[in-house]
Design a protein around this ligand. Sequence first.
Ligand code: C5P
Length: 217
Amino acid sequence: HEKQDLVGKRVLVTAGPTQEALDPVRYITNHSSGKMGFAVARRAALRGAQVTLVAGPVALPTPQGVCRVDVRSALEMFEEVKARMEEADIVVKTAAVGDFRPETTARDKIKKAGEDTMEVRLVKNPDILRYVGEHKRPGQIVCGFSMETRDLLENSAKKLNAKNADMIVANSLSEAGAGFGVDTNIVTLLTKEGAERLPLMEKEELADVILDRLLAL
Ligand code: C5P
């Protein structure tokens, strides 16, 4: 008995963290659980959209009716998004993409013998959202996420412009009930029109509000 207001729409969602390998057994990552992005994918599919979910390494079941593509690194996510963005009407970039990766990935396990310190040189990953914003076609709607420990709205407004996104969902890390791993979130939706602060919500419910607003854009 879901409203079928996304029938005929193709939605591309990215979710979860990325893993940036140091060697065959170690990687750099972040605390993203993938819950927010999976909720967006699930709700979009229930509302009739054709959904592709590019997922970093997470322990979540694939929502019913969603086409899932698993990736590990930011570079892999970038390739999958580039290959799929053209056919999407709406792109929702929920993923917490690693900003940097080790410059080299050791072929063999790095040994601890010898020195007491170790240096790892990191190089910047491509900004996938920025690429999507730069290459979006007329009528295509792009939504990014933002998580900050300070100056959330100011930084998020900058991202809206810098990445040519239509909406940024700004997550505060400093509020109870918001952020990583939990089933609820507190966000402010930023568009060119202004800011809409939403109350504490289940991620599933929030996913619906995000989709409502993107559809209205
Ligand atoms: O600039 P910042 O990382 O705070 O922006 C967050 C938004 O940008 C999220 O939507 C995230 O998915 C996206 N992003 C990306 N590629 C990166 C870094 C962030 O797509 N390398």
